[in-house]
Design a protein around this ligand. Structure first.
Ligand code: NAI
Ligand code: MG
Length: 480
């Protein structure tokens, strides 16, 4: 049979007005960092430098906190809730208007496929602003207590896997509830946050309500320890999250943490196997597996293991790996060299501990950071690849015989963020979901997100929830 090849279908980058250098966004303006220190952000699909970005010194962070404090006292706390809502609506609509620009820039800076930034990251970011715009003047009815009040200045630190979306998860509820913000984007993906600062200018958001300080872990740590901050919201590694919890214990700062995961995706033998295979694919290969709630541990009932594995391999050979700007690409670049090394190190431990690695034939581009979609079979609970977060396109396959064994294996982890259940029986979904220690459980689907649905984890996956009414609770204090 003739093999049909896909013709290249690259998205143009001409819509993006990439500047050679970006300043910090403090008090409504872009400003140069004190001391003039900068760092570069690259496109991980070709390792080319995209732009120089300001590195915020401690005194720059001080300035941002002062701007946020002044804005809280003088403008934002005096802005009526319905007016606050209008700003959020405006931001949401501008995000929609400029969606293509954001999608292309996010793909360039992060390496994720344009299909995902276009259809998931950017529409969901806008949806978070729409959703929270609606809550701004209805907080008393949100079930978070009577007369809810903002904390004041919120420090927010976000990772690189969903740069604009994580910004939206944090900034939208903070502003809707009347807080002002100092946000630190991740060092490898600061550009959409800086474009978002332009959106805030365009929306006429009062100066100082949102401030953006670009930098690295030291910048984040300084922000965490800043006495002018009343609440910290962090998404990132469990290790850094634990450090933040230690750093603020004994202070009056409020804290939410959204950390790592090792989600179990459970396939019962009565599941619709073709659909389950699609769910396995989106569970682990969506966003190159750089997903805290990825279904990175597949638990398959033994009687259907061969069928699931065979169908999964066939489906994996159709995954197109390559240029993230190509509209046909399924799997883009790994976000950084450091992350690629981490994935290699953990995958190599899978080999040396005795699991069997398999990847489809695929050609990887020469420049940039790439990892083939990979599965490991014959994985034991004790293997590192069954216990540690790989945060890459690598799936560990384990088996179970009885539902009880599935639950025990699924819960046998220090994490507790997500899980998936695939079965034909509604009663089995409920039985399983009640026993899983995971904050988010999907049934006969995976990796579905909605601003109205709270997201967060148990155990080492974090504290608190983001999204929905539960997420609002983290941004208000209630009079005792
Ligand atoms: P990370 O936790 O170091 O970085 C996340 C954010 O925290 C970045 O903005 C970073 O600049 C900032 N940060 C780093 N150290 C800090 C500190 N001491 N105080 C305050 N802020 C600090 O994560 P990294 O190194 O990028 O990734 C390492 C691993 O973490 C990944 O392989 C993955 O397993 C996990 N991770 C989980 C994420 C999630 O969505 N839960 C997101 C990113 C990473
Ligand atoms: Mg980058």
């Amino acid at each position: 049979m003739t093999k049909f090849e896909y013709a290249p279908a690259p998205e143009s980058t001409s819509i993006v007005d990439l500047k050679s250098e970006y300043g910090l966004f403090i008090n409504g303006k872009f400003v140069a960092p004190k001391g003039g220190k900068t760092f570069v952000t690259i496109n991980p699909a070709n390792e080319k430098i995209l732009a120089k970005v300001a590195y915020a010194s401690n005194s720059d962070v001080d300035k941002a906190v002062i701007a946020a404090t002044e804005a809280f006292k003088k403008t934002w706390s005096r802005t009526s809730p319905s007016e606050r809502g209008k700003y959020l609506y405006r931001i949401a609509r501008i995000l929609q208007e400029r969606a293509r620009e954001f999608a292309v820039l996010e793909t360039m800076d992060n390496g994720k496929p344009i299909r995902e930034t276009r259809d998931i990251d950017i529409p969901l970011a806008a949806a978070h602003f729409f959703y929270h715009a609606g809550w701004a003047d209805k907080l008393e009815f949100a079930g978070v207590g009577s007369n809810p009040k903002p904390h004041g200045v919120v420090g927010q630190i976000i990772p690189w896997n969903f740069p604009l979306l994580m910004l939206a998860w944090k900034v939208a509820p903070a502003l809707a509830t009347g807080n002002t913000v100092v946000l630190k984007p991740a060092e490898t993906t600061p550009l959409t946050a800086l474009l978002f600062a332009e959106v805030c200018q365009q929306a006429g958001l009062p100066a100082g309500v949102l401030n953006i300080v670009t930098g690295d872990g030291a910048t984040g740590a300084y922000l965490v320890n800043h006495p002018g901050i009343q609440k910290i919201a962090f998404t990132g590694s469990t290790q850094v999250g634990k450090g933040i919890a230690r750093a603020i214990s004994g202070t009056s700062k409020a804290l939410t943490l959204e950390l790592g995961g090792k989600g179990a995706n459970i396939i019962y033998d009565d599941a619709a196997i073709d659909e389950a295979v699609e769910g396995i694919i989106s569970g682990i290969f969506f966003n190159q597996g750089h997903v805290c709630c990825a279904g990175s541990r597949l638990l398959v009932q033994e009687s259907v293991l061969d069928e699931v594995t065979e169908k999964l391999k066939r489906r994996m050979s159709l995954i197109r790996v390559g240029d993230p700007l190509d509209k046909n690409t399924d799997l883009g670049a790994i976000n950084s060299k450091a992350q690629l090394e981490k994935i290699h190190e953990l995958a190599n431990s899978g080999d040396s501990e005795g699991a069997q690695r398999w990847s489809p034939e695929c050609e990887l581009p020469g420049a940039g950071f790439w990892f083939k979609p990979t599965i490991f079979s014959g994985v034991a609970q004790s293997h590192r690849i069954a216990r540690e977060e790989i945060f890459g396109p690598v799936l560990s396959i384990l088996t179970f015989r009885t539902p009880q064994e599935a639950i025990e294996k699924a819960n046998n982890t220090p994490f507790g963020l997500s899980a998936g259940i695939w079965t034909d029986k509604g009663s089995k979904i409920l039985w399983t979901a009640q026993r899983l220690k995971a904050g988010v459980i999907w049934a006969n689907t995976f990796n579905k997100f909605d601003p109205a649905s709270p997201f967060g984890g148990y155990k080492e996956s974090g504290w608190g929830r983001e999204g929905g009414r539960h997420g609002l609770a983290a941004y208000v204090k209630v009079a005792k």
